[in-house]
Design a protein around this ligand. Sequence first.
Ligand code: NCD
Ligand code: ZN
Ligand code: ZN
Ligand code: ZN
Length: 439
Amino acid sequence: MSASGNVLIENVLVYGEGEPTDLLLGDGQILAIGAGLEAPDGAEVVDGGGKILLPGFVDMHTHLREPGREDTETIDSGSAAAALGGYTAVFAMANTSPVADTAVITDHVWRRGQEVGLVDVHPVGAVTVGLAGKQLAEMATMAAGVGRVKMFSDDGHCVDDPLIMRRALEYSASLGVLVAQHAEEPRLTVGAVAHEGPTAARLGLAGWPRAAEESIVARDALLARDAGARVHICHASTAGSVELVKWARGQGISITAEVTPHHLLLDDSRLETYDAVNKVNPPLREASDVAALRAGLAEGVIDCVATDHAPHAEQDKCCEFAQARPGMLGLETALSIVVETMVRPGLLDWRGVARVMSERPAEITGLDDQGRPIAVGEPANLVLIDPDAEWTVHGPALASVANNTPYEAMTLPATVTATILRGRVTALDGRVYPKGAQQ
Ligand code: NCD
Ligand code: ZN
Ligand code: ZN
Ligand code: ZN
């Protein structure tokens, strides 16, 4: 920590545009921007090396496994993974054990995240008690708690009863909060472990049809329309979901959607090896879906990228495909996958990366201190990116406790050089600096 609390970032390209400049940070804000700024006495100086500065990333979909499965991830380890990935805020899903369906749990998650101090960990509250889909959880109490819950989701499960979903949407509209749906009609996915298509048929794996997702996307758009509510679609994975979101928005329905990095890069041809590291919900789809998701994200039909970071223990992944748990790590690789799938092919520029990884997720979730313009007087939540660096993914070297990365041994473009939360450096050159740590 610098003595003055000031940080001077020298020689960066803001949004990857224009001429290199410097930024002076203090009191959690951007105090000045301009070439040749002087470092005040005691300021910490970060050499930007002509790299790209963006607003800190916001992940509206992450699983941190605390409470209950601290053997796979904790708020501490997940916060480190997030800071190393360039994130300044994450939303921790409610499918913990116990479930985050009361303010006792959601407040704990928020407080613990603040103690660690690497990233703002916003708790997601469950829509229904125990994620059981039967009875609405006390959303108002969670929203009013210290954790100020802004988003509710039964993620991991679909709120499949249309009457419960309708009530949840009506209630969310009156509270001014967001409901995020894991779109999966459970009657269509009984026993399913892979995308229903030629690959699963050949490999003898039970299929998860696109219609299981798309029927819920369509239904929830209509329920949101009637309730005058907003609805958010988690991990959209099919070309049809992109079309449905586009249609619904054209009708004036308040619907938003996210795509995961893995659905932007991987398809079901990965299943050939029967390696359960590729098992995820919704499943990896076909190349045509991947192309539609990329195009949808580039056009803004899909609003943002969310990691669905889902750590799992070795014994839950290295078993028979049908028995393995679904989910894959995402926080530390998300930027690189977005660069690989969207920036390199020319589908997004750096402004676009800021939009889909920071600005839109902050807007959708109602964070007023994240995803802000890089300008004087704005909160200093920032990420410094080296677009020319490459790195090779190695699971055990990641900050997550679990190792279930589908990108093992892949060489990926772009690294996060530094992450800054409210003017404090939380990650620099691959190391993290929790609250109170010496730099
Ligand atoms: C998630 C998990 O492991 O919690 N798994 C997954 O495959 N995506 C749950 C979920 O996001 O549905
Ligand atoms: Zn889900
Ligand atoms: Zn999830
Ligand atoms: Zn390795």
